[in-house]
Design a protein around this ligand. Structure first.
Ligand SMILES: [Zn+2]
Length: 228
């Protein structure tokens, strides 16, 4: 069960993680989504955890302040699609359309985030399913099914029974990055680990993987700035 503390004003939500191995209190801010967690020794008192977090109120605010600002997609604004910042304009009809580098969204301004989210999810599914098929063909394996989610800590995963999961936010990354994540997960159908043999398999089907991997490390958190 997740326990949380609200520290300071305005409150910062801190997730408590009790650990049998921890010898002291430590705070961590995720650079993916800015979530704050406090690891504490299992037997330590919660009031000491509160005091520790309060002592670090300034530290938390300073580091949270460094995170990129959140963006709510809106008319007149822009959003990443395939790694390109594209303008969002009022469209006609019922569906979101992407034409000549512009996203046309019908409806009211308040509907823009939800409509773009649905559009992105569908596009991401098509794209990542196609890429997964392609790489599965190259490694000579089959996968079971594909699930799209809005995950915070990982861009994709592959289970031992061959189910692939991807973050639909990848549709905002360059296409080569989308391809890399598909190749990465599909190669786990061959090697369920990150051994040297695994990375050799990745290199065999996706030679340029290091560049795309480092793009994700450097820019991945930008994809979490958007609030849908
Ligand atoms: Zn992996």
């Amino acid at each position: 069960m997740a326990e949380t503390l609200d520290i300071g004003d305005p409150p910062i939500r801190v997730l408590i993680k009790k650990s049998a191995r921890a010898r002291r209190f430590s705070l961590r801010i995720s650079n993916v989504d800015g979530a704050v967690s406090l690891t504490m020794p299992k037997r330590a008192a919660l009031r000491d955890a509160v005091a520790f977090a309060q002592d670090h109120d300034g530290w938390m605010r300073k580091h949270l302040g460094k995170r990129p600002d959140q963006i709510v997609p809106t008319f007149g604004g822009s959003i990443l699609l395939d790694g390109v910042d594209v303008p969002i304009t009022l469209g006609t009809g019922r569906k979101v359309q992407f034409e000549a580098g512009v996203l046309y969204v019908p409806g009211t301004g308040a509907q823009v985030p939800a409509k773009l989210r649905a559009f992105y999810k569908t596009l991401a599914r098509d794209r990542l399913a196609e890429a997964s098929e392609r790489y599965a063909g190259l490694v000579g394996r089959r996968f079971s099914r594909i699930t799209l989610r809005d995950t915070r800590s990982r861009w994709g995963s592959c289970t031992s029974d061959g189910n692939l999961m991807y973050s639909w936010r990848l549709i905002m990354a360059p296409r080569a990055v989308q391809d890399y994540v598909a190749a990465h997960e599909v190669c786990h159908l061959v090697e369920m680990n990150h051994s040297d043999a695994y990375w050799r398999q990745v290199a065999a089907v996706f030679p340029d993987y290091k560049a795309q991997r480092s793009w994700l490390k450097r820019n991945g958190q930008q994809l979490h700035r958007y609030q849908f």
